[in-house]
Write a protein that binds this ligand. Structure first.
Ligand code: ADP
Ligand code: BMX
Ligand code: ZN
Length: 291
């Protein structure tokens, strides 16, 4: 089945046509509107759906936020320009005239990444380090979504009780320290006002403060990975998102994880589908739902 897959992140909104062999065509990307209004998100969705809807039989959406019964509810509204609620499947069904399925972005990406490794692992965790920090957990070959869609929201586990306040209302979440937004928010002096991408560029030029901000993110992620090993006994943690996939980030995570006691070690890998893991995972879920 040919699926129109859409990935709504805190920074970018991607859409593509995914065929039954998981080949991606007609990919396009626009910035996620930094506006609190549902109308702005509807208009952005219309812009990517209109040119592609005739090519597909269904729509599959991977979106930042808790997705439950087709509604998007932000656990950290700051990641969506303040937008807290959005009727996702209803809006997209109306715009496309097609049946529509929606799932959390990191849960979708976890499913895609598990799909290519299912002969080798049964417990696996996917972590995206992007605008926020998201997660998807596979236990005994099953994607964990939870009754309300919250399962895998690993960015909102505690990293440091004395850490910064998180947009979710807690203090010291992993996301408030390790995410792209958090890296940018912690930058001071010459780095103040730069986004995470620019801070990575400074780090590659040897800037010590930029390197420290990235190391703080990687160290925080490693503590989460060690906790996840203890909770799930996962054989593999897959890392995605533009920060997670940035040059030098995964080697840093490897280096810090090696310093933890051996019982908490697990294999680490970069996302096989790179930045398209959410699109592919949503398409796979839609194709599975058809059967
Ligand atoms: P989304 O959250 O919309 O899925 P991304 O995965 O691209 O989007 O994550 C956005 C975050 O990644 C931003 O904080 C941005 O500054 C950062 N980023 C984007 N490109 C890079 C890069 N090449 N290197 C490091 N960080 C990046
Ligand atoms: C936040 C949360 C998660 C999401 C994660 C990564 C919102 C709006 N989103 O923790 O649902 O999976 O960010 O999202 O509360 P991304 O946009 O960084 O990919
Ligand atoms: Zn939080």
């Amino acid at each position: 089945m040919t699926v129109l897959a859409i990935d709504i992140g805190g920074t970018k909104l991607a859409a593509a046509v995914v065929d039954a062999s998981l080949r991606i065509t007609h990919q396009r990307e626009i910035p996620t509107p930094a506006s609190k209004t549902p109308e702005a998100l509807s208009a952005a969705l219309e812009a990517v759906i209109s040119p592609l809807k005739a090519c597909a039989e269904r729509v599959a959406i991977a979106a930042t936020g808790v997705i439950h019964q087709g509604m998007l509810t932000a656990i950290n509204p700051e990641n969506l320009g303040g937008l807290a609620h959005f009727p996702l499947t209803e809006t997209v069904s109306n715009l496309s005239g097609l049946p529509c399925l929606a799932v959390n972005d990191a849960q979708a990406a976890a499913w895609a990444e598990y799909h290519v490794r299912k002969d080798a692992v049964s417990e696996m965790v996917f972590l995206t380090v992007s605008t926020g920090v998201g997660g998807g957990v596979i236990i005994n070959g099953q994607l964990q979504v939870g009754q309300g869609g919250l399962a895998g929201h690993l960015g909102h586990t505690l990293a440091d009780p004395d850490g910064p306040r998180c947009g979710c209302g807690r203090t010291g979440c992993v996301e408030a320290i390790a995410s792209g937004r958090a890296i940018a928010a912690a930058a001071t002096g010459m780095l103040a006002g730069l986004d995470a991408k620019a801070i990575f560029a400074k780090a590659s030029e040897g800037d010590p403060m930029a390197k420290a901000l990235i190391a703080r993110s990687a160290q925080t992620l490693v503590r989460l990975i060690a906790d996840l090993k203890a909770v799930t006994d996962c054989q593999l943690v897959v890392i995605g998102g533009s920060v997670g996939l940035a040059n030098g980030y995964l080697p840093l995570v490897q280096e810090f994880l090696a310093q933890e006691p051996a019982a908490f070690h697990t294999a680490l890998a970069a996302a096989h589908y790179r930045h398209d893991a959410g699109l592919i995972g949503a398409a796979l879920l839609a194709q599975g739902a058809e059967a």
